[in-house]
Design a protein around this ligand. Structure first.
Ligand SMILES: NC(=O)c1ccc[n+]([C@@H]2O[C@H](COP(=O)([O-])OP(=O)(O)OC[C@H]3O[C@@H](n4cnc5c(N)ncnc54)[C@H](O)[C@@H]3O)[C@@H](O)[C@H]2O)c1
Length: 265
């Protein structure tokens, strides 16, 4: 069977993982490569980018590592140059990066608010702006990783994360509308509860990993957390030609969790 990204030149921004195991970006990079894409693994942590690229190489597929902080305009331009140099162009831009800082409106400092927006929204804006000339060349596809938190409140407030991820969904629709006639598609994946090293590192806060996993799984209608590959599969579909008539959508990948808001009351 032909790979679903055969011949595609792909950049995954945030292709590393903050800990051992599979983060969403690392899984996406690996899956895209398994499906025939040639992948530029971009991460502000150069070692993490190298690790993902090496893993892909060890599986017999093609990947390059590139260290860049996507909040830095010069680094963004250098990333697009690297895609041109290493891949010969760009067909898929996958923006996976995202950070969160706990706190509601009263507890969040302006500095924290700006830091979260810088990574979760401004970086995507800059990356797309810089990459569009390459993407337009062959009818490219952009995939953003947002969050269910963009559309649904949970038990804990993290206002900067929620609002920046909502804005990312809106940015995706703006890009989709503006570039629809030019053959560039833009779509967004909204992960729900996903079992990743990021969650273990930042949310656990003293809770044993098994206890954390059980608590999270219990909140999901399907009674399990998603895996990084559940997110990667959705991103792969949106990136691929199979989704060639789909643009501007928000795709929840959440085991039904978004239904809780829809059916509340
Ligand atoms: N795990 C979940 O339950 C869940 C739920 C909803 C949404 N998400 C979203 O999934 C994405 C993260 O998934 P992950 O598992 O790959 O996380 P991760 O934190 O393990 O990996 C993200 C990678 O992005 C890199 N990165 C961060 N900021 C960067 C920057 N400015 N420039 C370049 N690289 C940068 C990090 O170094 C890291 O290697 C985020 O957008 C997050 O909001 C996760």
């Amino acid at each position: 069977m032909a790979g679903r990204l055969d011949g595609k030149r792909v950049a995954v921004i945030g292709a590393g993982s903050v800990g051992p195991g599979w983060g969403n970006g690392k899984a996406a990079a690996a899956l895209f490569a398994r499906e025939g894409g040639r992948v530029l693994c971009v991460d502000r942590n150069g070692e993490a980018a190298e690790e993902t690229a090496a893993l892909i190489g060890a599986e017999g597929h093609v990947a390059f590592a590139h260290a860049a902080d996507a909040t830095d305009p010069e680094a963004v331009r250098a990333t697009v140059d690297a895609a041109q140099r290493q891949l010969g162009g760009l067909d898929v831009l996958h923006v996976n990066i995202g950070i969160s800082k706990a706190g509601g409106i009263a507890a969040t400092s302006l500095d924290d608010w700006k830091a979260v927006f810088s990574v979760n929204l401004d970086a995507a804006f800059q990356l797309v702006q810089a990459a569009l000339p390459l993407l337009e060349d062959g009818g490219g596809s952009i995939v953003f990783i947002s969050s269910l938190a963009a559309v649904q409140s949970g038990p804990y407030a993290y206002v900067g994360y929620e609002v920046s991820k909502a804005a990312l969904c809106r940015l995706s629709r703006s890009i989709a509308m503006e570039y629809a006639a030019r053959g560039v598609r833009c779509n967004t994946v909204l992960p729900g509860m996903i079992d990743t090293p990021h969650v273990q590192a930042f949310i656990a806060g003293g809770i044993a990993p098994d206890e954390l996993a059980a608590r999270r799984a219990a909140q999901v209608p399907m009674k399990r957390q998603g895996s990084a590959f559940d997110i990667a599969e959705a991103a792969l579909f949106l990136a691929s030609d199979a989704a060639g008539f789909i643009t501007g959508i928000d795709l929840r990948v959440d085991g039904g969790m978004g239904l809780l808001a829809a059916t509340a009351g």
